[in-house]
Write a protein that binds this ligand. Structure first.
Ligand SMILES: Cc1cc2nc3c(=O)[nH]c(=O)nc-3n(C[C@H](O)[C@H](O)[C@H](O)COP(=O)(O)O)c2cc1C
Length: 237
C-alpha cells in the first residue's frame, strides 16, 4: 500500500505511553508538518504550545483531568486557535512577498489591500455591534447574489479558526506517526484553568485540543478500530 495511506490508516489514539525522549529534531519536524497544513486565507490562525519539561507536563496533565494519555505522554501539545494574529500574519506575508522576485509591486499592494479588507470583515466590533451590521448587509446582498458569509460574531471567528487549527493538528499527528511515535488528541481538559496556566487571553485564544505524544506502551492493547461504513458517511452525487 502507499506509504502515506499506510501511516494514516495505522494511526490510533494511544491511551498509555512509555517514557521516551523526543529529540529537538523530531519536535521540529512534527511542528513543521503541522504548520504546512492548509488554512483559510493562509492565515494560519493558531499557536502550538509544546509542553516538554517534567514539571510543566505534570501541571498540564492535571488540567487534562489527569487522563492517562496526558499523564504518560513524553510531551503535550496544546493547540490554540489564535484570532489575534491577523495583523502580524498579513504583515509577515507581505514582507516575505517583498523578498521574492515572483511578486510585482502591484501584486503585493493587491495582497495588502485584500488583507486589510479581510481584517475589517473579520472584526466582531465592540459588543458584537459590527457583527450585526455585517449580518444585515450580507443578508440583503444574499437576496440577489450568490455570496459566501464571512464569520460574523467572535464565536463564528473562533469556529473559523478552529477548522484550520484542527487540520494542523491532524498533520501533526500523522507526522508523528510517520516518525515512529504515537499520539492521542484530547478535548477532555479544563479550558479555563489551562488557558490561565498558559497566559492566554479569552478575547483572542481558544484551546482546540491537547495532543499527547509519546511511544505507545507495549502493555497497551488498543481496542479494534470501528468506523461507520463508507456509505453512511459519504454521499456521491
Ligand atoms: C477532537 C477529539 C477529542 C478527543 N478527546 C479525547 C480525550 O479527551 N481523551 C481520550 O482518551 N481520547 C480522546 N479522543 C480520541 C478518540 O477517542 C479516538 O480518536 C476515537 O475513539 C477513535 O479511535 P482511533 O483514533 O484510535 O481510531 C479525542 C479525539 C478527537 C478527534
Amino acid at each position: 500500500m502507499n506509504e502515506t495511506l499506510e501511516t494514516i490508516l495505522q494511526r490510533r489514539a494511544i491511551k498509555v505511553f512509555e517514557p521516551v525522549e523526543i529529540s529537538e529534531e523530531m519536535r521540529e519536524q512534527i511542528l513543521n508538518a503541522a504548520r504546512h497544513a492548509p488554512s483559510s486565507f493562509n492565515m494560519q490562525p493558531y499557536r502550538f504550545y509544546w509542553v516538554g519539561t517534567a514539571e510543566k507536563k505534570t501541571a498540564v496533565a492535571k488540567l487534562c483531568l489527569g487522563q492517562m494519555p496526558a499523564e504518560t505522554a513524553s510531551a503535550l501539545v496544546v493547540a490554540v486557535a489564535d484570532i489575534g494574529s491577523f495583523a502580524a500574519t498579513s504583515q509577515g506575508q507581505s514582507e516575505w512577498m517583498r523578498t521574492r522576485s515572483e511578486f510585482s509591486e502591484a501584486k503585493i499592494r493587491d495582497y495588502e489591500r485584500t488583507a486589510r479588507i479581510g481584517r475589517i470583515l473579520f472584526m466582531p466590533g465592540l459588543f458584537g455591534m459590527f457583527a450585526l451590521v455585517k449580518r444585515a448587509l450580507f443578508w440583503l446582498l444574499n437576496l440577489w447574489k450568490v455570496v459566501g458569509m464571512p464569520p460574523l460574531s467572535r464565536q463564528d471567528i473562533f469556529k473559523w479558526a478552529t477548522k484550520s487549527t484542527s487540520l494542523a493538528c491532524q498533520n501533526l499527528m500523522i507526522a508523528a506517526e510517520a516518525l515512529g511515535i504515537n499520539t492521542c488528541p484530547m478535548e477532555g481538559f479544563d479550558g479555563r484553568r489551562l488557558s490561565q496556566y498558559l497566559g492566554l487571553s479569552s478575547r483572542y485564544h481558544e484551546i482546540v485540543m491537547v495532543i499527547a505524544i509519546g511511544k505507545r506502551s507495549q502493555a497497551y492493547m488498543e481496542p479494534p478500530q470501528w468506523r461507520r461504513p463508507l456509505e453512511a458517511t459519504v454521499t456521491v452525487l
